[in-house]
Design a protein around this ligand. Structure first.
Ligand code: PLP
Length: 331
């Protein structure tokens, strides 16, 4: 990526990325169903409509075969524009969300985007430091977004960044994030802009954080290796052979007879915090219009997964205690 624009949050970066990439009101944008809600909200901010794509059983990420199915069976292509058969709306972009620190299988998605003239906006907010087939996540689409929120791998308290290969998009993003002020002196604004700047204090924190990224990634790998070894093939976090995850949020799957929420409460009683995954967007009360989507894999993961303690500040003794509690409760 050639250009970067710092923003007040990852959500702000996604909002501006959609605008500069040419997504217009009433367009359709393909996006992961199983994700934190921010990218869906950003799509709504520009007046576009999310098309929810189910997760892939093997990776838990946006399923490229479902993307293909929607684009080839659900749309018509006149060699110039892609339109939904059902709604007649223009389809303009795909937003693959690399969830939990693991990359989306991007090559087939990039190929489909090229075939149908769509832009690809990577939501890389959870996967800074991850690699897809040896390439860095967040460098593969037309534009990518990062977050420096307090819960992310690198944090500035709050913040984000948009990166792109397109210098004109970067210039427009800089303009829009700084209230679209046209003149260095006079307060003349040539379009409706936003106050989406990252403050210089936050930027200084981010620069210092960046110096520690390799140490953070090594800690995350160590924690993931411990959980992987303990959980075994069925319960450990999904990992494709082509993926080098950054292990942002280590998540275990408890299929079958174990009730994940009961396990959560039992761990909570031992003062060990775990978290369920996000409610799949097609079930969200914030988007009642999206109830018609069927995303069975996302629903199954939502019911059976728990994110385990994996902060870079986690002490060895705390990790040991978590494994001990799991050993006892899963017996
Ligand atoms: C954290 C996150 C964002 C951005 O969040 P901000 O809090 O706005 O920085 C966007 N998408 C996903 C998937 C996230 O997890």
């Amino acid at each position: 990526m050639d250009s970067a624009v710092a923003t007040a949050s990852g959500t702000a970066a996604l909002h501006v990325a959609l605008i500069v990439a040419g997504v217009r009101p009433d367009d359709e944008v393909l996006v992961s169903d199983l994700t934190f809600i921010a990218p869906i909200n950003a799509i709504a901010y520009v007046g576009a409509h999310p098309v929810l794509i189910d997760a892939d059983e093997a990776t838990w990420q946006m399923d490229p075969s479902q993307v293909r199915r929607y684009l080839t069976e659900g749309c018509t292509w006149d060699g110039r524009e892609l339109r939904s058969k059902e709604t007649g709306r223009r389809v303009s972009a795909i937003v693959p969300v690399h969830i939990l620190g693991h990359p989306v299988d991007l090559d087939p998605i990039l190929e489909l985007a090229r075939e149908f003239g769509l832009v690809v906006i990577e939501d890389a907010t959870e996967s800074l430091g991850a690699h897809y087939r040896g390439r860095k996540v967040g460098t593969l689409g037309d534009v990518a977004c990062f977050s420096f929120n307090g819960n992310k791998l690198l944090t500035t308290g709050g913040g984000g960044m948009l990166v792109t290969k397109n210098p004109a998009w970067a210039r427009r993003a800089k303009h829009l994030t700084t209230q679209a002020k046209q003149d260095p002196l006079e307060f003349v604004h040539d379009e409706i802009g936003f106050n989406y700047r990252l403050t210089n204090v936050q930027a200084a924190i981010g620069v210092a954080q960046l110096e520690r990224i390799e140490a953070y990634l090594a800690t995350k790998r160590k924690i993931a290796t411990a959980y992987d070894g303990f959980l075994g093939a069925i319960r450990r976090m999904a990992r494709a052979e082509w993926a080098q995850p950054c292990w942002w949020l280590y998540t275990a799957r408890f299929p079958g007879t174990i009730d994940s929420r009961e396990l959560l409460r039992a761990l909570e009683a031992r003062r060990i915090q775990t978290r369920p995954l996000w409610q799949p967007i097609h079930l969200s009360p914030a988007y009642p219009g999206l109830r018609r989507y069927r995303c069975p894999v996302a629903e199954s993961l939502y019911g059976s997964c728990l994110s385990l303690p994996c902060s870079v500040g986690l002490q060895d003794s705390q990790l040991e205690r978590t494994l001990e509690a799991l050993r006892e409760l899963l017996r």
